[in-house]
Ligand binder design. Structure first.
Ligand code: COA
Ligand code: MG
Length: 296
């Protein structure tokens, strides 16, 4: 269950039918790649996209980037072929769209087992249906079930808007209860959660503001549709230098022998509890993982 802490600040979708994008991805400074077979791929090129993704993932060359294949919906005729290909290509994870309930993930796990799922292949779940919002806690609890191996939620805000008729407005007021419910469900299940996409990829200011909002909400990162969104996304979701410096400072102070029995101390005029030091350890670990990646 203890998965190595890996930064998941950015996850760039690319259509599996776009061979140029699959190649270009090897050069992009992005944490995760979502190679799509679902919404971004038209019905008549599903088979071609499947075979391109298989070749690209099998050939490798994606370095530290976490490679995720998004299959078609479980109720489509494409899903079984997608799953078979994904097991053969063996990416880091398979992203299941339109998950409604834990039984969907259990069903996929059983199929993967029969297909010869390799150790370490994770599942990610799109959270994008009204049912998923109502079953979020139970779906998140699959993060505690090693047979399922769920490691991340991905918010599908476009589908959620379509299915619920709630509108995606600046500030996302109507979406907020569901987004925060999913954050809580992800934390309860011990998994990560990535925010939905920002469709207007030419509007970099609006995008940057939504990244900041997502980070404040506790999202681990954001899903992206265009390479030009990566930079602002990393700025918002990377621990700042000041945050890391503060985290190191308060941990060092708590580590001093005279503070061994204290639960709360004063640092620079602020009350600091051990829980703040613990929160800081995560910021330090993420910052160290990012630094290690950059120097690799
Ligand atoms: N991944 C990798 N590379 C991408 C990319 C992506 N998601 N989006 C664009 N690029 C590349 C293009 O291939 C192009 O590369 P080139 O200069 O080497 O030819 C470059 O970035 C500039 O692209 P641009 O002309 O600005 O955009 P476009 O018109 O080619 O593509 C989209 C626009 C929206 C069609 C494209 O960004 C896309 O397909 N995004 C992902 C959509 C998706 O997967 N949706 C499903 C989940 S919501
Ligand atoms: Mg969708």
């Amino acid at each position: 269950m203890t998965e190595l802490l890996r930064p998941r600040r950015s996850a760039l979708y690319m259509p599996g039918s776009n061979s140029r994008a699959l190649e270009k991805a090897k050069m992009l400074d992005v944490d995760c790649l979502i190679l799509d077979l679902e919404d971004a791929v038209a019905p008549d090129v599903k088979a071609e996209a499947r075979s391109q993704i298989k070749d690209a993932v099998s050939a490798g060359g994606y370095g530290d980037r976490e490679v995720v294949i998004r299959i078609n919906g479980l109720d489509t005729d494409w899903a079984d072929d997608d799953l078979k290909m994904a097991v053969e290509a063996n990416p880091d994870a398979i992203l299941i769209p339109k998950v409604n309930a834990p039984s969907d993930l259990e069903h996929v796990s059983q199929k993967l087992k029969v297909l010869g799922r390799k150790e370490g292949l994770k599942l990610w779940a799109m959270m994008e249906t009204p049912q998923a919002m109502l079953n979020a806690a139970a779906i998140g609890a699959c993060g505690r079930d090693p047979a399922v191996g769920l490691s991340c939620f991905v918010m599908g805000t476009n589908d959620l808007a379509k299915e619920t008729r709630a509108q995606l407005t600046p500030g996302r007021a109507a979406m907020m209860p569901w987004l925060m419910t999913c954050v809580a469900a992800a934390r309860a299940g011990g998994i990560d959660i990535l925010d939905g996409v920002y469709n207007n990829f030419q509007d970099l200011d609006g995008f940057a503001a939504e990244c900041v909002q997502g980070a404040e909400m506790g999202m681990d990162g954001k899903t992206l549709i265009h390479p030009k969104q990566i930079e602002a996304c990393h700025t918002a979701f990377s621990p700042s230098e000041a945050e890391v410096e503060w985290a190191r400072k308060i941990n060092a102070i708590f580590d001093q022998p005279e503070n061994a029995s204290k639960g709360a101390i004063q640092v620079d005029g602020k009350m600091v509890e051990r829980l703040h030091a613990d929160m800081g350890l995560r910021a330090i670990a993420i910052a160290d993982a990012i630094a290690a990646r950059q120097s690799a």
